[in-house]
Design a binder for this molecule. Sequence first.
Ligand SMILES: [Fe+2]
Ligand SMILES: [Fe+2]
Length: 134
Amino acid sequence: MSDVKLPLTGEAEIDRIHQEEVERLRNLLEELKSGSDTQIGEAFEAFIAHMDSHFSYEEDLMQGLTGYMMAELHKGEHYKVISDARYRLMQWHQFHDRFDLEDYLIYEFTPWLSQHISSMDIPMASLVQTQERE
Ligand SMILES: [Fe+2]
Ligand SMILES: [Fe+2]
């Protein structure tokens, strides 16, 4: 997982947050290899908390934009993904299935994040930059 390369938005703070999220993800995957169930649960909670502040940051940013037509769709994707992650956390606490959690993180969450940055975050960031210049 050390090779996760996310697309850059060009907005320094958003890119920093995305990088930080990958760090949390790496940490969780590390715990999945060698940590205890409690350590995994904590790393998963930290990962979700980060996701929550990441999405809030972007949603606050959208509020300040004029004519951003994708706001509802963008927020909708955030909501869907964090709800799913919370459901996975619940399942983790119930079953402690390491294989299932790793599978979700690598094959569902990571490709989603990369795709979401390209389709949602990058167009939003370029609108932010245009409007900052005005
Ligand atoms: Fe983002
Ligand atoms: Fe986003």
